[in-house]
Design a protein around this ligand. Structure first.
Ligand SMILES: [Zn+2]
Length: 63
């Protein structure tokens, strides 16, 4: 069988040896799933929330 390319890590792998098609491993499959979930729920994946602002301390946390 021709090797496939994992869309997560970009590595080529043998589909016959993979237990997590169409990914190379369970790890990559779970990464894909997390990404998908993040998109579904619109969670901030890249954009950082305003951390600390100008306070930066732990004195005024509001959870
Ligand atoms: Zn992979």
């Amino acid at each position: 069988m021709a090797p496939m390319r994992c869309s997560i890590c970009g590595r080529q792998f043998d589909p016959e040896n993979s237990t997590a098609m169409p990914f190379c491993s369970e790890r990559c499959r779970s990464i894909d799933r997390l990404r998908w979930l993040n998109e579904q729920y619109g969670l901030p994946y890249e954009s950082e929330p305003r951390l600390g602002g100008d306070g930066g301390g732990d004195a005024d946390r509001d959870d």
